[in-house]
Ligand binder design. Structure first.
Ligand code: PEP
Ligand code: MN
Length: 253
């Protein structure tokens, strides 16, 4: 499928330029050592951007909320060591300054897609933004959220919308993803991890998205997925990530 998207740059990485960009890393940064091992692994597997939550939007207050500022330090360190730009989530306006000092791309999560003051403020940093879709947002609402950012260095991320069947965490709306790209001509990436909630479904959904011509993937990956403090059920091994990337590269259009 011909890709007429505008290019979004995250340091030297171009998103929307025709080669799918793979972002990978843990759901949450858990420790300096674990992040270093994951970053090393995902870089070798072929990922080009490191993801990892420092401030986590958890459904329950009693759940692990992320390491916060130390996690930002570890992300910056591992990103530099393995030559991977870093993307991490900003949950509130007061976090923008400190996160901007450590991250190359700012993520606005599903729960904050409707947070218009936050969207305006992240826009003012001039950093590229990863705008995740609200789990019940229409395409019109998602594009409306993008307009609040106020510039075009924005990548949309489809991460599943809420369905009625508990067998999958969400429903991957691949068609909707292509619609948003057509409407905005901005890059779209797919997050098969939150879209499915199941590691057995991550590789097929990732490859289905690549076959559909998306501009990239964001995949939760861990050196020991079962031990992940958050989202263990959907985290995949480094080896699985390597296989996804190898297969994705073998697709020719
Ligand atoms: C994430 O990517 O870390 C995350 C919390 O995802 P979402 O906002 O899509 O739930
Ligand atoms: Mn997660």
């Amino acid at each position: 499928m011909k890709n007429k998207t505008k290019i979004v740059k995250v340091n030297s990485i171009q998103i929307g330029g025709g080669t799918p960009v793979i972002m990978a890393g843990p759901c949450a940064v858990e420790s300096e050592e674990i992040l270093d091992a994951i970053a090393s692994g995902v870089a070798k597997a072929g990922a080009v951007i490191l993801r990892g939550g420092a401030f986590k939007p958890r459904t329950k207050r009693s759940s692990f909320q992320g390491l916060g500022i130390p996690a930002l330090r570890y992300l910056k360190q591992s990103g530099k060591k393995y030559n991977l730009p870093v993307v991490t989530e900003v949950m509130s306006i007061d976090q923008i300054d400190i996160i901007s000092q450590c991250a190359d791309m700012l993520q606005v999560g599903s729960r904050n897609m409707y947070n218009y003051p936050l969207l305006k403020e992240v826009g003012k940093t001039g950093k590229p933004i990863l705008l995740k879709r609200g789990f019940s947002a229409t395409i019109e609402e998602w594009i409306g959220a993008f307009e609040y950012i106020g510039h075009e260095q924005v990548v949309f991320c489809e991460r599943g919308i809420r369905g009625f069947d508990p067998n999958t965490r969400n429903i991957l709306d691949l068609a909707g993803a292509l619609v948003v790209r057509k409407e905005t001509q901005l890059p779209i990436i797919i997050d098969p991890s939150h879209a499915t909630g199941r590691r057995d479904l991550v590789p097929p959904m990732a490859l289905a998205a690549i076959a559909a011509g998306v501009d990239g993937l964001m995949i939760e990956t861990h050196t020991d997925p079962d031990s992940s403090i958050s989202d263990a059920a959907q985290s995949i091994r480094i080896e699985t990530l390597a296989e996804i990337i190898k297969t994705a590269r073998s697709f020719s259009f």
